[in-house]
Ligand binder design. Structure first.
Ligand code: FES
Length: 121
């Protein structure tokens, strides 16, 4: 079996909270962002719905279903909204929110080492 190799994609300070930086990793477009907790997320730039460049969407929160007359906004910085049809994805788990048969973002292991960011495909 072929061993997976971590690929360096840049300096840790170049990956900021609330926005994606899209990099080429061995021919694949991968969006990398940092959560408010400081953790990194690496996401293939391909929406599982219809193939949009999902990492060009917006990162924010979500308005979950609630009772009539009630509104609540939550999970700021943990939800990615696809730019084509507005589907929302949980950046913690990659799972699509509010769909009866949710799909999932393809996410890669990502880590920091000596001030550099490394992605494993
Ligand atoms: S292509 Fe992403 S929601 Fe449709």
């Amino acid at each position: 079996m072929k061993e997976k190799k971590a690929i360096e994609v840049g300096a840790a300070e170049d990956f900021t909270v609330g926005q994606f930086r899209i990099v080429d990793v061995a021919g694949r477009q991968v969006g990398i962002t940092r959560l408010k907790t400081g953790e990194l997320r690496a996401v293939r730039n391909h929406c599982p719905h219809k193939g949009a460049p999902v990492c060009r969407g917006t990162i924010g929160g979500t308005w979950p279903p609630c009772e009539p007359g009630e509104m609540k906004y939550e999970r700021e910085g943990e939800v990615l909204v696809c730019p084509w049809h507005g589907f929302e994805f949980d950046l913690i788990t990659g799972v699509e929110l509010y769909q009866s048969e949710p799909t999932k973002l393809l996410m890669y292991p990502v880590a920091e080492h000596d001030g550099r960011v490394l992605v494993t495909l």
